[in-house]
Design a protein around this ligand. Sequence first.
Ligand code: TXE
Length: 489
Amino acid sequence: METYSYFADGKWLEPTSGEYFDSENPYSGEAWAQIPRCNEKDVDIAVRAAFRAYHEGPWGRMSPSERGVMVRRLGDAVASHADRLAEIETCDNGKRRVDIRPGLDSWLIDSFYYYAGMADKLEGSVIPTGRSEILNYTRHEPFGVVAAITAWNSPLLIAIWKLAPALAAGNTIVLKPSEYASASTLELMKAFEDADLPTGVINTVTGFGTEAGEPLVTHELVRKISFTGSVEGGARVAGLGAKTVKSVTMELGGKSPQLVFDDARLADTVHGVCGGIFPPAGQSCIAGSRLLLQAGIYDAFVEKLLEVAARAKLGDPNAADTSIGPIANKTHFERVLAHIERARKSGATLACGGNAVNPEGATGWFIEPTIFTDVTPDMPLARDEIFGPVLAVMRFDNDNEALEIANDSNFGLAAGIWTEDHRRALDLANRLEAGTVYINNYFDACTQSPVGGYKQSGYGRENGWEGMRDFLQTKSVWLSTARKIQAPF
Ligand code: TXE
């Protein structure tokens, strides 16, 4: 059994409570590691270390270019530790190795290189005030200590999408991964030791939302909160942060619609729709979990969909030929099964799946790819985020009806449009209430392109310039060259 420590002030520390909690491998269902159960005392150690690093250490005095070099070195460190990081993340949350490696070999490293390059390009502007004796200019400045809280479905990706811009902007950080998948983030801290960052610039505490997360987001020295998680968790954290008026970025859940029109390329679209939800076992905030089919192609599309879903091979997330891995943790496994049970009684038709299974003798938490047809927009199945391998299929007749169903949701994270009519596609892309809209593709992302939600899917953005802007605050400086100030009265 591997036993981890938490990382703060440049040191590996034991939790002040002396307590640890188990981390389970979802493929076997067995505990494989012990994780520190941090509390407010540990959080205070980490936050004060980050505060010192920002206000007293070399980090705050570094030039943007020097900081850029450091951030770039973090990317190099990830590249050289990619094997171990991927192994631990798959072990900790069951994410398929084939879904983790591409990021650790390229686009997650690009996050560090992209923002490292942006560190010395955060130009302010000179404002034309029209007053000859005034020089007014703006500066973009870091917040100071950032609290970054991540979810269990993609710990490394979510952490890196926060770390790279926040550090390049000049902030220091205290990370708290989900209690369901903390180990890969701690391994990331080990990898970062190669980069030789000043002490206290990056710190990681582990533990539960209430015991470690709340002391972190309410700490007086924390200035910025970047949260990825559920709507409930996000609303709670935003409320707590508001008490001390902290700036907050929220990446929350989704119930993203896929709109398929009768002129769509059938086989490709079925692949795109299946690929938009089943490979991560639905455990992605942008999973396309609502399928809206135009009446004319409904039956043919569902038939093809069931054929493809039936081909899915559930199994070891380390194996290259595994189509769908396990559900990341037992709590969520039971949550998804409960959603399926409710849906069975909702009047929708269970077209395939719906069961917990043990592929190849695996003893962990597996659920078959599940498709419900004859779903109506008022059913919980069409409204609630299940965050599992469950697709809700609905029917529509025309563009306006499709749009109405698609936007009839509290969520607004992503949407997919499948049609050969580019005018229709662009028109709908403008009218869909979602932070990301895909046309004849789904699920892609890159460091340069902002992601984030509309409505209860959150606010603020990650990636792109928008992702950097959220870790900066703007200052306006007024310099007067006037030789005399008039008497006020
Ligand atoms: O969320 P939770 P989960 C969403 C996804 C799903 C959820 C799953 O849609 O709904 O996340 O993640 C900490 N004070 N996304 O169940 O419970 C908790 O410890 C402080 C969206 O983990 O909200 C964990 O670290 N912290 C996403 C984190 O919050 C608290 C991508 C998330 O936990 C806390 C991935 C509290 N009161 C998943 N309560 C996207 N949009 O990008 C919990 N936490």
